[in-house]
Design a protein around this ligand. Structure first.
Ligand SMILES: [Zn+2]
Length: 252
């Protein structure tokens, strides 16, 4: 399983880095987890966007889904048409949300066909999981203010597992859900990091040490960052500024 981080920014794009989006590839299967703003640009550098075997959306927040609309236009108007519609897997209730999303851009009467023209739009059942080519996907609800699903992706040969928290607060069940994964992509919030001389070091310590273990119950060793991005002062806790961090870590 090959992981390409398409973006590591939280909430809004940072300079040179889009929001949440992850390309996973085997020798015969290509899927994308989330496609936030700024990630289609990166996706096109790494693979043929017409030949994805599936796009799986964790939840319907803009920083996880906006470039699905951008991809819709790329697929509809690129001179080389895709060989077949790309499966677009939405969380429960996602069909209605996608239709509402389409209504902002579609011509009157085109709302239903706006996305289905290029995507095979389905909702996944988080209890059933998904099988897409070489990958098996399982889902676990996170702690978020709209329904959101963490995703565990396992390669068919059992060699590699990736855990994607999507957006979550502390969620004890995720510790079992992610047990034994080789890499994890995580969104985390840290207070009092402003002014840090070496932010990466601070984050590495925080993640490998207390925060990550407390949040996800991970007891192994974080080998390092694959990618990370930070949004300073993402929100306020009382008067205290809180940074939000999106990061992907390799683990063992
Ligand atoms: Zn969210």
């Amino acid at each position: 399983m090959r992981l390409t981080v398409l973006g590591g920014s939280a909430a809004g794009v940072n300079t040179g880095a889009g929001c949440s989006g992850y390309l996973l590839e085997s020798t015969s299967t290509r899927i994308v987890l989330d496609l936030g703003p700024g990630t289609l640009l990166e996706l096109r550098k790494h693979t043929d966007f017409r030949r994805l075997d599936g796009i799986v959306i964790s939840h319907f927040h803009l920083d996880h889904v906006l470039d699905v609309a951008a991809l819709r236009f790329s697929l509809a108007y690129n001179p080389i048409a895709p060989p077949s519609p790309i499966p677009l897997w939405l969380p429960p209730g996602g069909q209605a949300q996608l239709r509402a999303f389409a209504s902002a851009f579609a011509e009157p009467g085109e709302e239903d066909a706006f996305f289905s023209r290029v995507f095979d739009v389905e909702e996944y059942d988080p209890r059933q999981g998904l099988e897409i080519g070489d990958f098996q996907l399982r889902f676990q609800p996170t702690v978020h203010y709209i329904p959101c699903w963490a995703i565990r992706v396992s390669s068919a040969d059992g060699s590699t597992d990736l855990g994607y928290t999507a957006d979550t607060g502390p969620a004890t069940p995720l510790a079992d859900f992610f047990a034994g994964v080789d890499a994890v992509t995580v969104v985390a919030r840290f207070q009092a990091l402003q002014g840090a001389v070496d932010l990466a070091d601070q984050l590495a310590v925080a993640v490998a040490g207390t925060q990550f273990q407390r949040v996800l119950g991970f007891a192994g060793r974080a080998l390092g960052f694959v990618a990370w991005g930070i949004e300073h002062d993402a929100f306020r806790a009382g008067d205290e500024p809180v940074d939000e961090v999106h990061m992907t870590l390799s683990l063992r």
